[in-house]
Design a protein around this ligand. Structure first.
Ligand SMILES: Cc1cc2nc3c(=O)[nH]c(=O)nc-3n(C[C@H](O)[C@H](O)[C@H](O)COP(=O)(O)O)c2cc1C
Length: 445
């Protein structure tokens, strides 16, 4: 029978900046700290020892710790910190600290864990593992649990992929976040009052990286690298952005769409384009109609035929305006974003559901309704492409030569091109854009 013991360590004094946590923990812990024990330490006492208690306004401190706001509701901000952690209030805590002060997360929790492990090892001679923990909510479950934000000498993940289950099926995705499980187990005895800021977890020595090569288990050697090393730390628990299916939160999904005019040569996933078009056609439209149509133009031949036809129409317009051939050549030589995009989507209006009236005024209003519905659909498309990690630029040119573009694309009758959207992977991130003050756009009546 596997057995796990979790022992709370109480009796630590209030931690002040510069305190030697290792000495205080060893003094308060049972005298039999031994090889294979895992010390689970609340990050707040690490922060306090490291001088991360600051006199600051809570909102200012949250802003300073935030690299990305993921979601906001009322006074609650869920933000990503520079460590990569996504947490309420960017990990800034105003509980269990003097009024007017806030506790910030340790600067480098894995580094803090490594130093603590080394010092406790020096004091006791024991090869222990150290986890530094903080409390996090979960987006789809009520209640918070503790998770590991720093780790040293402990394998943070136990990879079961490739192993057979009891029915002989090979496990394909199971990687147990053991450091988080241990952090949560430690929380069962630590409680939330700071009276028991440390727990010792016993019975998981196979997860503690051995001090010497002699005792390396194959699993520890594979996952942790060097015997005597500290392992990959809790940083290994942070899912890379590219693998994050829920990366954008409610606060940043709209801001993610920006006009991208330079693309890499990387092809566009056709399934992502289908998903974005599925999102586009959820836009509002008049008369319960669905007036959006999309020509997806991928082959180089089709793109060139369209863009060359549009260029010829533009040159004709410029000649009509009286520009010289030299001026025309100079104008049209300017970089055209659509030429640099690996895929074009030409959004089209099919206004067959539009009502007709006996007067021009109401017919114009009817037309305006369908045009604004197109705007809503294309905005949906661009936002959905951004969520897929694709850059886009909505370029007006087909609006200025609708019949030419329709002929070049051999569009069905009634499809009216509403510009063209270049789609691809952005060659570089768009320049930052300052927040816009809504007051500048509003009159109250
Ligand atoms: C209907 C429409 C037509 C546009 N036409 C062009 C265009 O011809 N060329 C271009 O470079 N950008 C075009 N844009 C993109 C705007 O220049 C762009 O939205 C603006 O610079 C704001 O940047 P942002 O999209 O990153 O917020 C167009 C946008 C819209 C909505």
């Amino acid at each position: 029978m596997n057995e796990l013991r979790i022992v709370g360590v109480s009796g630590l004094p209030e931690i002040t900046p510069g305190a030697s946590l290792a000495e205080l923990i060893v003094a308060a812990a049972p005298p039999d700290l031994s090889d294979g024990d895992i010390l689970v330490v609340t990050s707040k006492i690490v922060s306090k020892a490291e001088g991360r208690v600051v006199r600051a306004d809570r909102d200012d401190a949250i802003a300073a710790e935030t690299v990305r706001v993921v979601a906001r509701r009322g006074p609650t901000t869920i933000a990503q910190t520079r460590h990569g952690l996504v947490m309420a209030a960017a990990g800034v805590d105003s509980s269990n600290t003097a009024a007017g002060t806030v506790v910030l997360l340790p600067e480098d929790p894995d580094g803090s864990a490594r130093r603590l492990r080394k010092s406790i090892g020096d004091l006791t001679g024991a090869n222990i593992g150290v986890l530094i923990t903080d409390t996090m909510g979960r987006p789809w479950r009520n209640g918070q649990t503790d998770t590991a934000i720093g780790a040293a000498g402990v394998l943070p993940l136990r990879d079961h992929r490739g192993q057979p289950d009891s029915f002989g099926n090979v496990l394909e995705v199971t990687v147990a976040a053991v450091a988080d499980e241990i952090a949560a187990a430690g929380d069962l005895v630590k409680g939330k009052t700071d009276q028991v800021p440390v727990a010792i977890v016993r019975g998981l020595a196979d997860l503690v990286i051995p001090a010497s090569a002699g005792s390396v288990s194959p699993e520890a050697a594979a996952a942790a690298g060097q015997p005597g090393g500290d392992g990959p730390g809790a940083a290994a628990l942070i899912r890379p952005a590219a693998e994050d299916m829920f990366r954008l939160g409610a606060a940043d999904v709209l801001a993610e769409r920006r006009t991208v005019r330079d693309f890499t040569a990387e092809p566009v996933d056709p399934a992502a384009v289908r998903r974005a078009i599925a999102a586009a056609v959820t836009a509002p439209a008049p008369h319960h109609s669905q007036p959006w149509r999309f020509a997806v133009v991928e082959s180089e031949q089709a793109r060139t035929r369209l863009l060359d036809a549009m260029l010829a129409a533009w040159v004709t317009d410029l000649r009509g305006d009286g520009f010289t051939e030299e001026q025309i050549a100079r104008r049209t030589r300017r970089g055209e974003p659509l030429r640099r995009a690996p895929l074009l989507i030409v959004p089209c209006l099919l206004a067959d559901a539009a009502h007709t009236y006996p007067d021009a005024r109401r017919n114009a209003s009817e037309r305006a309704m369908f045009l604004v519905a197109m705007g809503a659909g294309v905005q949906n498309l661009l936002v959905a492409l951004a969520v897929e990690g694709l850059g886009s630029c909505w370029i007006s040119s087909t609006l200025f030569c609708g019949p030419v573009a329709a002929a070049a694309l051999d569009l069905p009758a009634g499809w009216e091109p509403m510009g063209a959207v270049g789609v691809g992977h952005a060659a570089s991130p768009p320049p930052p854009r300052p927040d816009r003050d809504p007051e500048a756009f509003i009159i109250d009546r």
